[in-house]
Design a protein around this ligand. Structure first.
Ligand code: G6P
Length: 369
């Protein structure tokens, strides 16, 4: 009912706006007030197991799989351990190479996704150690795992996942940081910098949420579109995938997420004056490269909607529309850039008159194959 939506027209919008509080709740009791340590009880309890892992395998579906791609980047860069990210539905039927030297991280908002649960059971039967990252407390996946960390973002009602994604990325960041410190693969200064920045994310998310009216206006322009392309590189590539998935799920517009540099190997053929191209172009390591990717799209007359860092004067001259976002460090950028893409998908769907909270053909949790 209207009461539970607390005045918001849809659960999805309410859940988008809850994110600063959710991230705070997710970090509560895990990052101390001074911001100089991160404590996950699962890592304390199973330190040996986790530190001796030769490889991590992340299994998940949908949006949780996208969080897994960011997790791979975080764990590999901080901990220097190889990480594979698998669709649970593929992993379970592939007779995967897995043994007791592997740690499997199962990511699931509901904790009830049938494919993810089956992947967990399979990995467990092969002797792997299983770490769950779930939201629904007491659900099937956390009960089937050896240990794990809840994301603590509260119940998610909207079928299109929003706050669970940012909660999953937050837990994966804390996990990567904790393991890296134990393994001494991260320098103290870098560790403190990331923790400090992570503490500041909820405030920066509040800044991003202030763009809601602007994004609602922008969305009206694009209700005509039948296709969208989303581009990003590095940490932003999974964000591009997630942005495209959000749009597909609730507006029924076909959207493709792509690593920006792969455009030239195919998808650039799709670009013409009708094609909206969302580019995550915040100022991080690959900024210059993304800039030239934008120029390639403009040369084909694509309509570029760029997510940029506040004060960017270069891209604002080339892109058709710019969404300015607060700056953060590269590894935390997904927590900022995901939010405007959630809002864009939401408003395009609302403009098209779609049932945002209950999109056709989709279920909140897929408990059967
Ligand atoms: C369904 C939902 C998605 C979700 C996916 C995985 O398809 O509609 O939003 O990302 O399942 O769900 P899980 O609960 O395992 O994260």
């Amino acid at each position: 009912g209207q009461l539970e939506k607390e005045g918001y027209p849809h659960f999805m919008l309410k859940e988008i706006f809850e994110q600063p509080g959710c991230i705070h709740d997710c970090m509560r009791g895990r990052i101390n007030i001074d911001g100089n340590s991160v404590v996950l009880s699962a890592v304390i309890d199973y330190k040996e197991k986790l530190l001796k892992a030769k490889r991590f395998i992340i299994v998940a579906c949908g949006t949780s799989w996208h969080a897994g791609l960011i997790g791979k980047h975080l764990i590999e860069s901080f901990c220097r351990i190889p990480v594979e990210v698998e669709y649970a539905s593929e992993f379970r039927y592939r007779d995967p190479v897995i043994d007791e030297n592997d740690v499997v991280i199962a990511i699931s908002q509901s904790g009830e996704t049938a494919d993810t649960l089956a992947a967990v059971e399979l990995a467990k039967s092969r002797g792997a150690f299983i770490y769950g990252i779930c939201n629904a407390i007491g659900s099937s996946i956390p009960r089937a795992t050896h240990t794990g960390s809840y994301i603590h973002v509260g119940p998610e009602i909207g079928v299109a996942s929003t706050k669970a994604f940012t909660g999953q990325v937050t837990v994966l960041t804390m996990l990567a940081l904790t393991l890296a410190r134990e393994k001494r693969t991260i320098g103290e200064a870098q560790f403190l910098k990331v923790v400090h920045e992570l503490n500041g994310i909820p405030e920066k998310m509040k800044q991003v949420l202030k763009l809601n009216d602007k994004i609602a206006e922008l969305s009206k322009i694009f209700t005509y579109a039948h296709n969208f392309i989303y581009l990003g590189r590095g940490y932003s590539y999974p964000v591009a995938l997630e942005g495209a998935l959000k749009l597909k799920e609730i507006s029924y517009i076909h959207a493709e997420g792509y690593p920006a540099a792969e455009m030239k190997h195919g998808p650039i053929a799709l670009v013409d004056a009708e094609m909206p191209v969302v580019v995550i172009a915040t100022q991080n390591g690959l900024y210059e490269k993304v800039l030239s990717n934008i120029q390639e799209i403009k040369a084909r007359k694509g309509r570029v909607i760029a997510l940029v860092t506040e004060g960017d004067t270069v891209i604002s001259k080339i892109a058709d529309y710019c969404i300015e976002l607060p700056q953060t460090i590269e590894c935390l950028d997904p927590l900022i850039t995901t939010v405007p893409l959630q809002m864009l998908a939401y408003h395009v769907a609302v403009c098209k008159g779609m049932d945002v909270d209950q999109p056709r053909n989709l279920a909140k949790s897929v408990t059967v194959e």
